[in-house]
Design a protein around this ligand. Structure first.
Ligand code: AMP
Ligand code: ZN
Ligand code: FE
Ligand code: FE
Length: 296
């Protein structure tokens, strides 16, 4: 599968969230890697898209507007991440809700830094804020820990301090994946379940629930998934009538193992996502119903 050069990568991050490359630099790297299409899918923000699309117009790289919303499964069963493509970024309701999510991440980041400081680790919130150019995430806390010599790598920092069950972990605002899917459909986005192999109860329970909420795709060609895994997910997508998408989840060097464009994704994935988006554009969108934030 990997012998065929890919031309697209539908899952990437920039400095607008927790990626290490500025949006324009990411697009330049995509161009160097001979990609013709990327989707920028930053966490809880669309703020990197304008810069990425301007760079894409100059270099001849199509930049699909995207986003990634990280959510939680019920009963402590881990996380589910929902990608959204071609969402209406001009929607004031969408932008207000994304601001709410980012503000909640700021409070959560401050709590993680406070926990680390209580445990004697000399990192500061000011430094984490400097490292985060947009959406604040655990990778920024991990970088601050690395800088001070408390971790050897981002993965090491996650494993020691900020993964669930570790001493400085604090969850994000608790949103259910169904709510992320509904929110994306309300702004005519194409919702796709990201890296599905991490998910508990995918086939029996989760996929049917998410499809009822409006899920349209499954990320089958992900990062370093091996061929049997991709085949398994393709069969699942086909059985449920979901579009099969894919990408690397590239964040920059040293974060995840797969380089930009380092995973084969068939060109038809981008065509099918575009067709779904065009179809949604011609239909009335369901009303925007953000999950109610918990009392402060
Ligand atoms: P957050 O959304 O702030 O909880 O941070 C989650 C993000 O951190 C994910 O989207 C990944 O980009 C990154 N991440 C999660 N686990 C690891 C890990 N073990 N090593 C490196 N990056 C990770
Ligand atoms: Zn990330
Ligand atoms: Fe993710
Ligand atoms: Fe991602």
């Amino acid at each position: 599968m990997s012998v065929v050069a890919t031309t697209l990568d539908l899952h990437t991050h920039s400095t607008a969230s927790d990626g290490l490359h500025a949006p324009a630099d990411l697009v330049a790297l995509a161009h160097q890697a001979r990609l013709t299409t990327i989707a920028l899918t930053d966490h809880d923000t669309t703020n990197g898209l304008a810069e990425a699309q301007a760079a894409g117009a100059t270099l001849g790289v199509t930049v699909i507007p995207g986003i990634e919303i990280n959510t939680y499964l019920p009963q402590g069963r881990g996380e589910a991440h929902v990608l959204g493509y071609y969402l209406d970024t001009a929607s004031p309701d969408l932008q207000a809700f994304l601001r709410f999510l980012r503000d909640a991440r700021v409070k959560r980041g401050e709590r993680m830094v406070a926990l680390l400081r209580e445990q004697g680790y000399d990192i500061t919130w000011e430094r984490v804020r400097e490292l985060a150019h947009g959406t604040v995430g655990r990778p920024h806390v991990a970088l601050a820990l690395m800088e001070k010599g408390y971790a050897e790598s981002i993965a090491d920092a996650f494993n020691r301090y900020i993964s669930p069950g570790r001493p400085a972990y604090v969850p994000r605002f608790k949103m259910a994946p169904e709510d992320a899917v509904r929110m994306l459909r309300s702004v005519r986005g194409v919702p796709v379940l990201a890296h599905p192999m991490r998910l508990y109860g995918l086939e029996d329970d989760l996929l049917p629930r998410l499809m009822e909420a409006g899920l349209l795709g499954l990320e089958c060609y992900y990062g370093d998934y091996d061929e049997p895994t991709v085949e398994h997910l393709l069969a699942l997508a086909e059985a449920h009538g979901l579009v099969a998408t894919g990408g690397t989840d590239y964040h920059g060097p040293g974060v995840h193992p797969t380089p930009l464009g380092g995973r084969y994704v068939p060109p038809q994935a981008a065509v099918q996502v575009r067709e779904l988006a065009d179809q949604l554009a011609g239909e009335p969108a369901p009303p925007f119903t953000p999950p109610v934030p918990p009392p402060q």
